[in-house]
Design a protein around this ligand. Sequence first.
Ligand code: NDP
Length: 313
Amino acid sequence: MQKNQITQLFGIEIPIIQAGMIWASGWRLASAVSNAGGLGIIGSGSMYPAVLEEHIQKCKLNTNKPFAVNLPMLYPDIDKHIQTIIEHRVPIVFTSAGNPKTYTSTLKEHGIKVVHVVSSSKFALKAQDAGCDAVVAEGFEAGGHNGREETTSMVLIPAVCEAVQIPVIAAGGIATGKQMLAAMILGASGVQMGSRFIASEEASSHINFKKLVLETKEGDTQLSLKNLTPVRLIKNEFFEMVKEAEEKGSTKETLEILLGKGRAKKGMFEGDLEEGELEIGQASCLIKKIMPAAEIVEEVWNEYLTAKENLIS
Ligand code: NDP
């Protein structure tokens, strides 16, 4: 058992956290990661309120260990999600893509631990002021929604660690135990990985998407939709369409129409690799195999311990 600020805060054994990812992280993945000693997270951004309720119930049936729900604040029915989380006594919530002031106190009044995802020291301080128990410092390498300032994990992690007193979880570009060690040396007390867990057997994302993730090389992902909501994507037909529109100076409205509704579902859940939105981080180029989530946790943890040992000797 590794005792540090993060394992103690969450009551887990290993400071490895699986990111909440739309269309990929339901109860199967979250409970598998929690059962392996890390912290599993249900990604609620793609779930209707009744679907989230079902996933929380199934997660509880499949693990006795702590798990969390990720709540992207852009979610249209957010109040219903908050109600479900409180009613079902979810122990931990990771909020993202919004102001931490809005919901932190309500969640904390119900005994829920709150962690907010940030892309700068300024936002980390805001999260600390809002009463968050920890922050995730997520660098530019990360998949999905991303900060506009493009601060990479190598710079962001030490900057956030210096700025706040609450524990820091490092994210963005981390997929291996050696990278985990680097993040811990920079001051983090735990790591959050998304892309690595997309390539897991339990992720609910489409097999076409999982296989494509294994094929990506350096440079195959890029930040897109910077004038709307910045998001890191695999460069496919849809990405090129957006790029062309952005280069032409298209308005936000035109980009919104081009994006349409359900692009992420189309790509990541239905497996349309050309027309769909494929959110993944730069670390995808380091991932070689689809594995059970428990083996991913074990492999990353063992690699971390070995790398730490080698560093000392
Ligand atoms: P869209 O508006 O394009 O699509 C919404 C999708 O979510 C639809 O496919 C819909 O499913 C489903 N959905 C679930 N609940 C609702 C609801 N109450 N109202 C409408 N649709 C709902 O959005 P995106 O797919 O781009 O993003 C969805 C959510 O995920 C947002 O809240 C966003 O903030 C979050 N997100 C988070 C990311 C991250 O990195 N953390 C990255 C990208 C998105 P159906 O088609 O079955 O109706």
